[in-house]
Design a protein around this ligand. Structure first.
Ligand SMILES: O=P(O)(O)OC[C@H]1O[C@H](O)[C@H](O)[C@@H](O)[C@@H]1O
Length: 355
């Protein structure tokens, strides 16, 4: 396992590179704490990064996995998606003892089964003027020996009063042809439609497919979602904890043309699936810590990684023989029962603890 710190020759941005012996790798910019590359063992890029991406602060970089904090979207007093994605983060030295970046390239061999780096963002005086809360935001990125990419986020409240925020890991997946892509695991869920001023609707269909612009916040989503790329015969599996919502976004043709940092036809080759906490802001009291996690893996589409949706576990295959409306009613009933039981078991967010 290797962890390198380099200065990108083209952009001048400092980046951490994680490599594992079988050939997979990941790159993380200190600007934005943003993962901009994740490659499998054959060296194939799994994340989308626009060819028109602008590497010039304070513009956020279009692609990879921007961190949206302390605000997702435009609902709030801050700039769209908050400021974390266009600030310079620091490496937490204890995570990977990286030397300074003065010379060309440094390497270190990490004997664990994962190549890991931890980055941190704390507010500057300027940040405190627009969001007056002392916090520590940590992002740990780990590349496992199988090539899976795990991102663990922690927000510590270092202030004397509580604060709340919304959050997303805004993952841009690279796909071969968006019209041949299917998202599984969101069937029958409620969503907020950003193309209809956040109107609430219920997903009726089967898996989600794409033939137009789509911008939705799916609510209370299962912990495991699959994005099947038929053309590439590849399935991305996204597992998450502490991030109940999932934003699904593709700008399609018209919006693509309006974005200066996005190629006119690049919408065909990307899909954003964003593990998020949007509908219910996260509240963290002084000296508390909130943790969330997302695990990404890319597997051949013939691979089955087990049931996606907890409701399918409850009903088994018998659900498939029921008329669709009946199956959906049962699904929703059991979901509500599950939600009530969860609420009864814990009234506090289980992802928040004393730090
Ligand atoms: O252009 P950005 O600020 O990076 O936002 C890109 C997109 O992010 C999310 O997916 C939102 O749901 C979209 O409404 C937004 O257009």
């Amino acid at each position: 396992m290797m962890v390198d710190l380099e200065k990108d020759a083209t952009t001048g941005f400092e980046k951490v590179i994680l490599r594992e012996p079988r050939g997979s790798s990941a790159e993380i910019l200190l600007f934005g704490g943003q993962v901009t590359s994740w490659k499998n063992e054959r060296g194939e890029e799994l994340l989308f990064l626009s060819s028109k991406a602008i590497f010039k602060p304070p513009k956020a970089v279009r692609g990879g996995i921007p961190v949206c904090f302390p605000q997702f979207g435009g609902q709030g007093s801050l700039e769209q998606h908050g400021f974390a994605r266009n600030r310079l983060w620091k490496i937490v030295e204890s995570s990977s003892p990286l030397p300074s970046v003065d010379s060309d390239k440094f390497s270190l061999i990490n004997n664990s089964t994962k190549a890991i780096v931890e980055l941190m963002l704390t507010p500057s005086e300027e940040d405190m003027k627009i969001w007056p809360h002392k916090f520590e935001l940590r992002l740990r990125v780990a590349l496992s020996s199988g090539g899976g990419l795990t991102m663990t986020v922690k927000v510590n409240n270092k202030d004397t009063k509580q604060f709340s925020f919304t959050f997303a890991l805004h993952t841009y997946l690279s796909v071969a042809d968006i019209t041949e892509v299917r998202v599984e695991g969101l069937e029958t869920l409620d969503y907020l439609d950003n193309l209809k001023s956040g109107e609430r609707s219920t997903e009726q269909g089967d898996a989600i497919t794409f033939d137009n612009e789509l911008d939705r916040v799916y609510l209370s989503t299962p912990s495991k979602i699959a994005v099947v790329d038929h053309e590439k015969k590849r399935t991305f599996v996204l597992k998450k904890d502490g991030l109940p919502d999932l934003v699904v976004w593709n700008p399609w043709e018209r919006k693509a043309k309006q974005m200066v940092d996005f190629g006119d036809d690049e919408y065909k080759y990307m899909l954003c699936v964003e593990a998020a906490a949007v509908e219910k802001p996260i509240v963290v009291r002084p000296e508390e810590e909130w943790t969330a996690r997302q695990e990404l893996s890319a597997v051949s589409s013939s691979y089955s990684s087990g049931p996606l949706d907890p409701r399918r576990v409850l009903h088994g295959s018998s659900k498939e023989h029921l008329p669709q409306y009946q199956a959906s009613i049962i699904s929703r009933f059991s979901l509500r029962l599950f939600a009530v039981m969860t609420l009864m078991c814990s009234s506090r967010n289980p992802n928040i603890k004393k730090s």
